[in-house]
Design a protein around this ligand. Structure first.
Ligand code: HMG
Ligand code: MG
Length: 298
């Protein structure tokens, strides 16, 4: 089997996870979560986002979180920015790397960022220019790559077209988001075969939500297709505010258990990661969404 020896985990729990929680979460709890994750060995943590607080109230105060986390050397602390304004706010907060997000479906683009796909890409141009001028790396997300909550099927060519535009604009890595977790391994493989005609596989990442319980299978299929970067969320936190019924990202603990079992190195400590996930679940008063954590804590 030709699997990568090393995988980079992109921990998105503090952003993709917490953005969807209904109850208020204190800055100190967010800070503790980020610090626990870096202490567990996560080398990339998406800490928050600089979006409109009217759209995503839970991410207000991301600047305070950045000010208070203990930044470890060798760890990338990133944030989402939907426009130049968000990018500038991120820079004021001392953010080292940002991510922009576009959708492969028109309806989702409208619901998520209130504009068409083409308009969203246009909006990223000044952001990308500002990032280039400052030497800031930008990661690109494409949402709804394996299905849309409003339109259903999304064709791979459409995903490839949006991914190609983000890549051409200067995004150093393109994360393909199965926002509503409907994908299956065969479709994942087909999608990667299409998208990788334009973008080298080592510059693609998989971002699987686990709504239909397929995320680990999709990650395994992606590993076989040569991907070596995966986004995940500790304790499976999250969902999507613009996709009813969508559950969180695949749990980081479950992905790590899979990778450990395959002998793939990540640099992350499973016990510490489980402790980080359990702690935030206690703060939120919610069930731990990681099956590995539940089994190991039983
Ligand atoms: P809009 O209403 O079309 O734009 O929102 P606007 O320019 O008219 O701005 C509306 C208000 O927001 C104004 O304030 C602006 O000043 C303010 P008001 O005058 O009403 O008081 N505003 C901002 N405030 C703070 N930071 C900013 C900013 N920009 C404008 N950067 C906008 C357009 C993009 C701003 C809005 O739709 C938005 O913020 N959307 C965010 C949606 C979001 O964060 N979704 C979740 C993340 S994406 C995701 O989860 C998917 C992913 O995980 C991958 C996957 O799973 O597929 C990445
Ligand atoms: Mg997501």
């Amino acid at each position: 089997m030709n699997l990568p020896k090393q995988v980079r985990l992109v921990e998105v729990g503090p952003r993709d996870g917490l953005q969807n929680e209904k109850q208020p979460i204190s800055v100190s709890d967010k800070v503790r979560l980020v610090d626990d994750l870096s202490a567990a060995g996560m080398s990339y943590v998406e800490v928050g986002s600089f979006v409109s607080p009217k759209w995503v109230p839970q991410m207000a105060g991301s600047d305070e979180v950045f000010a208070k986390i203990q930044q470890k050397s060798g760890v990338t602390y990133a944030a989402l920015a939907p426009n130049l304004r968000g990018f500038e706010a991120a820079m004021v907060a001392g953010v080292a790397e940002v991510a922009v997000f576009a959708a492969a479906s028109e309806s989702f683009s409208q619901k998520n960022i209130n504009c068409s796909i083409a308009e969203s890409l246009q909006r990223f141009v000044p952001l990308m220019d500002a990032a280039k001028a400052r030497g800031v790396r930008v990661r690109g997300y494409v949402s709804c790559v394996l299905g849309c909550p409003y339109e259903g099927e999304v064709v791979a060519a459409q995903v490839a077209s949006v991914a190609r535009e983000l890549y051409a604009m200067g995004c150093y890595e393109i994360s393909l988001g199965d926002t509503i977790g409907v994908g299956t391994p065969g479709k994942t493989g087909q999608l990667l075969n299409v998208v990788s005609r334009d973008i080298p596989r080592h510059l693609l990442a998989g971002h699987f939500h686990d709504t239909f319980g397929q995320a680990l299978a999709n990650i395994y299929a992606s590993l076989q297709e040569g991907l070596a970067v995966f986004d995940s969320s500790v304790a499976g936190l999250g969902g999507c505010p613009y996709a009813k019924g969508a559950t969180g990202n695949v749990a980081s603990e479950d992905v790590l258990y899979l990778l450990n079992g395959l002998g793939i190195n990540t640099g992350v400590d499973l016990d510490k990661l489980i402790a980080a996930g359990q702690r935030i679940c206690q703060v939120l008063g919610k069930h731990n969404g990681s099956r590995v954590a539940r089994a190991m804590l039983a």
